[in-house]
Design a protein around this ligand. Structure first.
Ligand code: G1P
Length: 315
């Protein structure tokens, strides 16, 4: 198949059915995706990332208690009217922004049976086109575009593409881990040859000793629609859940035209993990420090906090 005949990627799937128990009690009545990172809900960064890569058809896979997600990406007429009446254009723009980003669709996962199962819920919407999957716990800095590179690699090489990142071997048990070899590809317009690898195997959350590398899957995927047929057959894996990683192991073995192969784009940019409390705090501090409006004041405070207040507190 030539590049010109390959269908381009236009749809993004964002699994958002998780219960967010790590952030209780904050997540008792609020979806974890709505927790603010500085002043924007985490999920809005993810939707903005998808739209920046040209994906304006977004399917969110949600569950019970996720209504605020739908409201956030919808119009808020009363609030808009109120702000318009006051002539507060700045705030009005902030309210409208999230409702104008993309065409949003929602499907409910019902039983939370794992990431593979969440992706399977997207099958009727996605049908037979390659599509992107973005996991909300990983935020990718907009200055280091990753998804556009992955889409380019998928367009050139076909099959599926996952984002990989080198992590401390101590942390590999938190991720899907890839065994790789060099890719047979000279590189493309926006992607260097060294950034792309061919995936030969994957293991979901291995022990440090069993890990084939320190290359972790971070939460960005561009998938061939053959993944659905594979997921239908995928048995529950680690944690009794249907794992997307296990379906990708099967696709990695397949030939082009049958859903294979699987390539990895090794990301070296800025990634913020918001999935665990300490990482979430780090993400906020980093992003707030760099904000044009908040940064100067916050950086001054942070400097004084580290050099004076922390020692005074005995740390
Ligand atoms: C999921 C995937 C895992 C991947 C991770 C990235 O795990 O199963 O392979 O490395 O996302 O964030 P989760 O963190 O949802 O348990």
């Amino acid at each position: 198949m030539t590049i010109a005949h390959r269908p381009s990627v236009t749809k993004a799937v964002i699994p958002a059915a998780g219960l967010g128990t790590r952030f209780l009690p904050a997540t008792k009545a609020t979806p974890k995706e709505m927790l603010p990172v500085v002043d924007k809900p985490a999920i809005q960064y993810v939707v903005e990332e998808a739209t920046s890569a040209g994906l304006t058809d977004i399917l969110m896979v949600t569950g019970r208690n996720k209504r605020p997600l739908e409201d956030h990406f919808d119009r808020a007429y009363e609030l808009e009217e109120l702000l318009a009446g006051k002539g507060d254009q700045d705030k009005l723009a902030k309210v409208r922004e999230s409702s104008e980003l993309a065409t949003m669709h929602y499907v409910r996962q019902g039983d939370p049976k794992g990431l593979g199962h969440a992706v399977l819920c997207a099958e009727p919407h996605v049908a037979d086109q390659p599509f992107a999957v973005l996991l909300g716990d990983d935020l990718i800095d907009p200055r280091d575009p990753l998804l556009a590179k992955m889409i380019e690699v998928q367009g050139e090489l076909g099959g599926s593409v996952v984002a990989l990142m080198e992590v401390d071997p101590e942390d590999i048990h938190l991720y899907g881990c890839a065994e790789v070899k060099p890719a047979e590809w000279p590189g493309g317009r926006g992607v260097d040859q060294g950034e792309v690898v061919r995936i030969t195997d994957l293991v979901e959350k291995p022990d440090r000793e069993a890990a084939p590398s320190n290359l972790a899957i971070i939460g960005r995927y561009v998938l061939d629609p053959a993944v659905f047929e594979v997921l239908h057959e995928t048995k529950p894996g680690r944690g009794g859940e249907i794992q997307l990683t296990d379906a990708l192991v099967e696709l990695a073995k397949r030939t082009p035209g049958r859903g294979g192969p699987v390539h990895g784009v090794v990301f070296k940019g800025r990634r913020y993990d918001t999935g665990a409390k300490a990482d979430y705090l780090r993400a906020i501090v980093r992003l707030a420090s760099e904000r044009e409006d908040l940064g100067p004041e916050f950086r001054d405070w942070l400097r004084a906090f580290v050099t004076t207040e922390l020692p005074e507190m005995g740390y």
